[in-house]
Design a protein around this ligand. Structure first.
Ligand code: NDP
Ligand code: 8X3
Length: 251
């Protein structure tokens, strides 16, 4: 059996595609998310290829995070790879019209949730002087776009945390790096627009967006480099995208 990987946000999009690809490589998987039905479905489907342990918790809930990860069965408790992927945008409003509940959600999930999960996983990596953390940032963590304000802030925080983790975990030989995608067609925009599928689908019309499988491929590449190679920070956009605001669309 290969390495053990914990993936947050494995019930959809980038996390789900990464779980499927990792399963094919024979990685043991700890798959996390809140939607129990989807976790069970993943356990059934990917369980044909590898050993799966499903963990249902909300990354915002510090106690749930520590209890779930702290009580993993022995055969899953030595985590080699952590993919900090759970996250979403909530709303797309100018700062004066933004909803503070959306701000809380983005900062609590994308930033504090990532910190809680990392805090629960890192000590054993430190003890073993080995491990690999991949933080899923965004182009929104590299530049700010109109109405992106707090989502961009949350992803800029991920960028800073990624750098800070790499510095602080350097003495222990732990690899830390970020993958920062541009536009990927997932449930991301459905969540951002609170279930408005028409508005969500328009985001990806008129050009070829990235697929979650494109990002999964890159994550697999990152984690399968020889141990002395650490891909520290990587930006990937669809060919049609030049920046957060410049997308060549044929409409
Ligand atoms: P999806 O909406 O398809 O997936 C988001 C995942 O995060 C789901 O599995 C969801 O699971 C999980 N999640 C959300 N909130 C919580 C929570 N409170 N607790 C636990 N899990 C949670 O979006 P993507 O796959 O696109 O997003 C994955 C990551 O990629 C995010 O960090 C996003 O910011 C980033 N990203 C996405 C881009 C895009 O264009 N799609 C581009 C750049 C970065 P569940 O609801 O079951 O809990
Ligand atoms: C997701 C990409 O451009 O919608 O992080 O912010 S974008």
């Amino acid at each position: 059996m290969g390495k053990t990987a914990l993936i947050t946000g494995a019930t959809s999009g980038i996390g789900k595609a990464t779980a499927a690809l990792f399963a094919k490589q024979g990685f043991k998987l700890i798959l996390c998310g809140r939607r129990q039905e989807r976790l069970e479905q993943l356990q059934n489907e990917l369980g044909r290829d590898t050993a799966i342990f499903a963990l249902n918790f909300d990354v915002r809930n510090r106690e749930e995070v520590f209890s779930a990860i702290g009580n993993l069965p022995k055969e899953f408790s030595d985590i080699d790879i952590l993919v900090n992927n759970a996250g979403n945008a909530h709303g797309l409003d100018p700062i004066d019209k933004g909803n503070p509940d959306d701000w809380d959600a983005m900062l609590d999930i994308n930033v504090k949730g990532l910190l809680y999960v990392s805090k629960a996983v890192i000590p054993k990596m430190v003890d073993r002087k080995s491990g690999h953390i991949i933080n899923i940032g965004s182009t929104a963590g590299k530049e700010v776009y109109p109405n992106g304000n707090v989502y961009c802030a949350s992803k800029h925080a991920v960028d800073a945390i990624n750098q800070g983790m790499r510095i602080d975990l350097n003495p222990y030989g732990i690899r830390v790096g970020a993958v920062n995608p541009g536009l990927v067609e997932t449930e991301f925009s459905e969540v951002r627009f609170k279930g408005d599928s028409d508005r969500a689908s328009k985001v990806y019309q008129g050009f070829q967006p990235l697929k979650p499988e494109d990002i999964a491929d890159i994550i697999l590449f990152v984690v399968t480099r020889p141990y002395h190679v650490n891909i520290a920070d990587l930006i990937v956009m669809p060919t049609a995208q030049a920046s957060s605001t410049i997308v060549k669309k044929d409409l």
